[in-house]
Design a protein around this ligand. Structure first.
Ligand SMILES: Cc1cc2nc3c(=O)[nH]c(=O)nc-3n(C[C@H](O)[C@H](O)[C@H](O)COP(=O)(O)O)c2cc1C
Length: 328
């Protein structure tokens, strides 16, 4: 039996939560990891590029593949392919993506406006899936269509094993505050476990999110970017009542170096340099002269040079930190 209660999920984030980043977050305590969303249509068409998105590292504990689409038969077909070719613990269906191209095709968050199709998708997928099926939804499509509780109930009745709720509407995208009250309303409406998502960034917000939503688990997205130890800090907070672990700037860069090294061996140096930029810009957040450092990183085109730059940066930050430590 898959037990997803009391866990911390790393949210799926297209362009960020590849195997290397998921591995890093797992090492820092993420209990559940989800692939970036993959197109069910592309899977059925046999796209090798799509399949490349679905590979897990040993460190990942509970693993999920997230699929999107709007054709129930194709989605079920894609799950047949997935379960024959990959090892994972549950399938997650994306019903929250706000991207215009996806919404125009009736996929992602558009399904929240089409509950009968959403129900059919879950039914067909659950029928063929040997693993549990979950759905990730939003508060609703827009302010005139806030339906997460009723929608989640329909998904439950159609065979969903649990739901994740991002407390924003599609219209809000990622702006404004996530509404945790709506997540609590979902929790009151359904029997299946509910995962709370949106604006959980540290132990304090995790604690409040549990109190307000009464959810079974929590999911963290943006706060994990350049900050994978957030999982460890939240767990420490729940164990001790406070967070002791502080991550000094030089430690952040040391973790970034390890991440980049992994990225090189996974994707090759050229691709790693390009892909590392977006992650490194989060890792240097809050460090003195972050804008200058980012600018420099973005102009480096080769892995050896980037590694040298990061090593020097870590060393100089460490020197500064021990100097301050000696004064105090
Ligand atoms: C860059 C980016 C990519 C995302 N990609 C996905 C995705 O592929 N599938 C999905 O269900 N949600 C996706 N999301 C939404 C997140 O999973 C999450 O619901 C949202 O960021 C709110 O959580 P947070 O406040 O903890 O970041 C993405 C969010 C961001 C910022």
């Amino acid at each position: 039996m898959l037990d997803i209660k009391g866990k911390i999920f790393l949210a799926p984030m297209a362009g960020f939560t590849d195997k290397v980043f998921r591995r890093l977050c797992s090492r820092f305590g993420a209990d559940v990891t989800v692939t970036e969303m993959v197109s069910s249509k592309a899977l059925v068409l046999g796209s090798a590029k799509t399949k490349e998105l679905i590979s897990f590292s040993e460190e990942e504990k509970i693993r999920s593949v997230q699929i999107f689409g709007s054709d129930a038969k194709i989605m079920a077909e894609s799950v047949k392919i997935l379960q024959d070719e990959f090892e994972y613990d549950f399938i997650d269906i994306n019903m929250g993506c706000p991207v215009p191209k996806v919404v125009k095709s009736g996929e992602g968050s558009a399904l929240m406006k089409n509950p009968s199709l959403a129900a059919k998708i879950v039914e067909e997928v659950a029928k063929v899936s040997r693993k549990p099926v979950s759905v990730k939804i939003r508060k609703g499509f827009d302010d005139e269509n806030i339906n997460a509780p009723e929608f989640a109930y329909i998904l439950q009745e159609s065979g969903a094993s649990f739901v994740t709720v991002h407390g924003r509407t599609r219209a809000q995208l990622y702006s404004g505050k996530a509404d945790w009250e709506i997540i609590r309303k979902v929790k009151e409406k359904v029997k299946i476990p509910v995962i709370a998502n949106g604006d959980i960034v540290d132990f304090e917000s995790a604690k409040r999110a549990y109190e307000v939503t009464r959810a079974d688990s929590i999911m963290i997205g943006r706060a994990a970017l350049g900050n994978p130890w957030v999982f460890l800090q939240i767990k420490e907070g729940f164990e001790k009542g406070y967070v002791e672990t502080k991550v000094l700037p030089h430690m952040k860069i040391r973790v970034a170096i390890e991440f980049f090294t992994q990225l090189c061996s996974e994707k090759g140096e050229k691709m790693a340099v390009l892909e590392a930029r977006k992650h490194l810009s989060f890792f240097v957040k809050g460090i003195e002269n972050a804008a200058k450092i980012r600018d420099k990183i973005n102009r480096i085109n080769n892995a050896t040079e980037l590694l040298e730059f990061l090593e020097e940066l870590a060393a100089s930050l460490e020197k500064k930190e021990s100097f301050v430590d000696n004064i105090l």
